[in-house]
Design a protein around this ligand. Structure first.
Ligand SMILES: *Cc1c(COP(=O)(O)O)cnc(C)c1O
Length: 456
């Protein structure tokens, strides 16, 4: 097997700003040991997120110039709408400025106190929007999905047995919809099988509960299905994607992921009444129904990106570049969530820094040291991000303590990734020197974005 190469040439470059360890030590202190508070100019390799950080293609940039900026009925909206309809087959396509705007609109209609939203694993903004509406968010990952070292093909799957028990317990009337997140971002970027989506739909149909996909990484999920699920080897990514959406009644989407753009999203659905309500809300806070908070040029770039993301050479390169980093780290015994997901490598912080107790945030310790020593920005996905407190103020931890190295789409080359693996391995070798942190400031919601910490 020959090397799978980047399926593009580079036409425009952006210099990286180099800093010294001494400079980064001060920067980290000033940032309250929170990577979200570091200026991007002070980052060498930015793996904070794959969201909105992609490099657009020449055709997308050309589309930006061609964008129709008419207030109503812009040509770019129809190109966007046709592309999304072609992929999802949903009846109503509602553009929003980000995925979370789609979530907010959806849950302000269906969510309220006494209602429950199940998901394989809620992404942080999804959970926040469910909870903000007054409803409660519940996660149903499979058993294998919460064990970082278990290798299985579809660790993002919904736990159907637990879901059915939950529906019986809470009552179908109190569950306005169920979500499946593809790929399962908070669960490690792990894919969901077609069989699992189909079976979830079948189960929900018995209770007349609609299924919505949190579709941010629908194309990456489809390529995992092609590679791993029997019967899909010879199907095109587009055919697989169309089948995935055929089991759903709607979706929320952050175009900042698999539409390969820097901003945008949409809500798509079939229900007439829900769509009318969503459009009314859209007009109040996002914009008219043919632009929804986006410029015509953004809609143009999304339409083009949604076409490019289904290219097999792109998807092969995309999944391989993540797997490549995973292989390098695994060969040096660095504990990572196995197998590598579709958009990121997740370090297993519990095993990586096993001497740091969970309430001293081992993931944050790794994040800080990766930045200090190497200028690499990553993010903790563990107790800093998802931690809650019980009545006595004791930390309730999520099942896993992870550090995510998210790989932006089409941005870094193989040598950047080689540098990342060398630096992670270096920190791993010095792991005994890592120390814990404590939080000195936190906001009531999504605390990880603005929290301040200090080393213990
Ligand atoms: C990014 C993301 C969202 C939210 O989208 P934004 O565009 O950041 O608002 C929702 N769900 C998942 C799984 C995501 O990865």
């Amino acid at each position: 097997m020959k090397t799978i190469i980047e399926p593009f040439k580079i036409k425009s470059v952006e210099p990286i700003h180099f800093t010294t360890v001494e400079e980064r030590t001060a920067i980290l202190r000033n940032a309250g040991y929170n990577p979200f508070m570091i200026n991007a100019d002070d980052v060498l390799i930015d793996l904070l997120t794959d969201s909105g950080t992609a490099a657009m293609s020449a055709k997308q940039w050309a589309g930006m110039m061609d964008g129709d900026e008419s207030y109503a009925g812009a040509r770019s909206f129809y190109r966007f709408e046709n592309t999304v309809k072609d992929i999802t087959r949903f009846k109503y396509i509602i553009p929003t400025h980000q995925g979370r705007a789609a979530e907010r609109i959806l849950f302000s209609i269906v969510g309220e106190k006494g209602r429950f939203i199940p998901n394989n694993t809620h992404f942080d903004t999804t959970r926040a929007n469910v909870e903000f509406s007054g409803a409660e968010a519940f996660d149903f990952p499979t058993e294998e999905g919460v064990h970082p070292d278990v290798v299985a093909p579809f660790k993002g799957n919904m736990n159907l047995h637990a879901l059915e028990q939950f529906i019986r317990e809470k009552g179908a009337a109190n569950i306005p919809l169920c979500m499946i997140t593809v790929t399962n971002n908070s669960g490690g970027g792990q894919p969901v099988s077609m069989e699992n989506i189909r079976e979830t739909k079948k189960l929900l149909s018995n209770y007349h509960i609609p299924l919505f996909l949190d579709a941010c990484r629908f194309a990456e999920n489809a390529f995992f299905i092609k590679k791993r699920e029997k019967g899909y080897e010879n199907k095109t990514p587009k055919e697989i994607v169309q089948e995935m959406f055929s089991y759903a009644d709607g979706c929320t989407m952050s175009a900042k992921k698999d539409a390969i753009v820097n901003m945008g999203g949409f809500l798509a659905l079939n229900d007439d009444e829900l769509a009318t309500k969503a459009r009314n809300l859209l007009i109040i806070t996002e914009g008219f129904s043919t632009y929804g908070g986006l410029a015509g040029r953004d809609l143009e770039a999304i339409a083009q990106g949604l076409t490019e993301v289904l290219d097999e050479h792109y998807l092969m390169y995309r999944l391989r570049s993540i797997e490549y980093l995973g292989e390098k780290l695994t060969s040096a015994s660095v504990p990572i969530l196995q197998p590598p997901g579709g958009h990121a490598i997740y370090l297993d912080a519990r095993r990586f820094a096993s001497h740091i107790p969970v309430h001293q945030y081992p993931g944050q310790a790794i994040v800080c040291e990766l930045y200090r020593s190497a200028g690499i920005r990553s993010v903790e996905i563990g107790s800093v991000m998802f931690g809650k407190y019980d009545a006595e103020g004791k930390l309730i931890s999520p099942p896993m303590e992870l550090v995510r190295l998210a790989i932006p789409r089409r941005v870094y080359t193989q040598s950047h990734i080689d540098y990342v693996s060398e630096c992670v391995i270096d920190v791993f070798k010095r792991r005994e020197d890592l120390h814990g942190y404590r939080i000195t400031y936190e906001a009531p919601q999504l605390r990880h974005f603005t929290a301040r910490l200090e080393p213990l």
